[in-house]
Design a protein around this ligand. Structure first.
Ligand code: UDP
Length: 483
């Protein structure tokens, strides 16, 4: 309809809700704070049920245009059993022609293309249509720093990263423990490792106009300084880095959709319930699930647990499994009698729960989390201390930040890459978090974080200013293209 009347930004989302959710929030900020037109390109994916809900809530009131690219088939080009990063990169490669066609056919062409961490190979399309191009990192600047530096580690480090005796050094940043590396760095012979190294190279070179990160300056000052252009890492990345976070969903209609749950929460004592969830794609092994169930039961604490059927594959197996977000009866995979024995103290929810609203409820006092970055940010801003049980992606890196650097989470003595955390350990951690003075100290730090995040987002704050700088560039590009 109304073409070329205001700056227009296009966002490209890869499959996976952990990227989509903050990307939609970013889009909303361009609309509400800068009065832009925003189009979000999404790729079709099997986990449709929950995704549809999220997209719908992002479109009411309709402030974003969402375009689903046509279906694709990668079965003939991808090796069987390919790991997640590899699969997503291949998907983002094959959708490029339809993205190009879609942009080319638009009456009012976007002035900028913002891609998520898997979309950097689309930058030639932005060049072709005279669009600015940005990368959006839904995680934090530690992840960004590690990704940018991996092409260098690739040359420096012999053998597997996880087997190194020394910490992995990244210029200007706190070092990375070998056991904390991101999933694609766990096995250097896996094709997804090469995709990941390539991502680092593309981030450094290809993204012309800047990198937006879902964090704020005070939270990640060390890495953000290191990424500045007078530092070694900053010279690797040739574009400015803009911390624009935290990009968070406002709590919304979740309460009314889960009346029973919130009626129950309303009746529990203040800060007495632990919320247990492993994100949008995380799955536990049957063994780990059993241990968590027993740990929760033995702790005798109140809980809300979002479950999905256990996996025999990797922890991120739910990503591409067709129908994986369809609820199946938890009684079939939880320990026998668990649901009955815990019916007065706990609620088990199948597959998906209104997390932001739950974390914001006054009865909730702890969060057993896989440490996905969105979950961590939500926990910070709702003031809920955590137990860190990272599963995959960059979650081990996040867990170390939360526990060692920020002091807002506890974790098991050993983080499991392959091993299972036992019921005794789960029980101990739950009690520690829900009973001990430890949580008090954590809450004080979380309160400061909440304040500091609000400052960053307020007018004149660091994140608000960073986003305004990007918006200004888009406006200038817009003005230079209208006759
Ligand atoms: N989420 C939710 N309900 C659920 C599970 C997840 O609302 O039952 C939301 C959660 O609030 C967060 C996102 O999904 O915003 C998950 O992102 P995160 O980065 O924590 O983990 P990922 O899904 O990427 O592993």
């Amino acid at each position: 309809e109304c073409s070329n009347v205001k700056p227009h930004v296009a966002l490209l989302s890869s499959p996976g809700l952990g990227n989509l959710i903050p990307l939609l929030e970013l889009g909303k900020r361009f609309v509400t704070l800068h009065n832009f037109k925003v189009t979000v390109f999404i790729v079709p994916s099997p986990t449709s049920h929950v995704k549809t809900q999220i997209l719908q809530s992002a479109m009411t009131p309709k402030i974003l245009d969402i375009i689903e690219l046509p279906p694709f088939d990668i079965s003939s080009i991808i090796e069987p059993g390919a790991a997640t990063v590899r699969v997503i990169r291949v998907i983002m490669r094959v959708i490029r022609p339809s993205l190009r066609t879609s942009i080319s056919n638009m009456k009012s062409r976007p002035n900028a293309l913002i891609v998520d961490i898997f979309g950097t190979e689309s930058s030639p399309i932005a060049d072709e249509f005279n669009m600015l191009k940005y990368l959006f990192v839904a995680s934090n600047s530690k992840f960004l720093a590690l990704t940018l530096y991996t092409p260098f580690l690739d040359k420096q480090v012999q053998g597997e990263y996880v087997e190194q005796k020394d910490l992995l050094r990244i210029p200007g940043c706190s070092p990375v423990r070998p056991e904390d590396v991101v999933d694609p760095m766990l096995d250097r012979t896996n094709p997804q490792y090469h995709e990941y190294v390539q991502m680092g190279i593309e981030y450094a070179n290809g993204q012309g106009d800047g990198i937006l990160v879902n964090t704020w300056y005070d939270l990640c000052a060390q890495e953000l300084k290191a990424l500045g252009d007078d530092h070694l890492l900053g010279q690797i990345v040739k574009v400015p880095v803009y911390p624009v976070g935290p990009l968070l969903r406002q709590s919304g209609s979740g309460r009314s959709c889960s009346k029973e749950l919130f009626d129950w929460l309303d009746m529990q004592p203040s800060k007495s319930v632990i919320y247990v969830s492993f994100g949008s794609g995380g799955t536990l092994s049957h063994k780990q699930m059993t241990e968590i169930a027993w740990g929760l039961e033995l702790s005798q604490k109140r809980f809300v647990w979002v479950v999905r059927p256990p996996t025999i594959g990797t922890a991120d197996a739910a990503y591409f499994k067709t129908g994986s977000d369809h609820p199946s009866d938890p009684a079939t995979y939880l320990p026998e009698g668990f649901l009955i024995r815990t019916q007065n103290v706990g609620i088990v929810i199948s597959v998906w729960a209104p997390q932001v609203e739950i974390l914001g409820h006054p009865s909730v006092g702890g969060f057993l989390s896989h440490c996905g970055w969105n979950s961590a940010l939500e926990s910070f801003t709702q003031g809920v201390p955590m137990i860190a049980l990272p599963l995959y992606a960059e979650q081990r890196l996040n867990a170390t930040k939360l526990v060692d650097e920020m002091g807002v989470a506890v974790r098991p003595k050993e983080l499991p890459t392959k091993n299972v955390v036992g019921r005794e350990e789960v029980q101990k951690m739950v009690r520690k978090l829900m009973e001990d003075d430890t949580a008090g100290g954590m809450r004080a730090r979380l309160n400061e974080l909440k304040y500091s995040a609000a400052q960053a987002l307020s007018k004149g704050g660091s994140s608000c200013t960073a986003l305004s700088l990007v918006a200004k560039q888009c406006e200038e590009r817009f003005r230079s293209t209208v006759p």
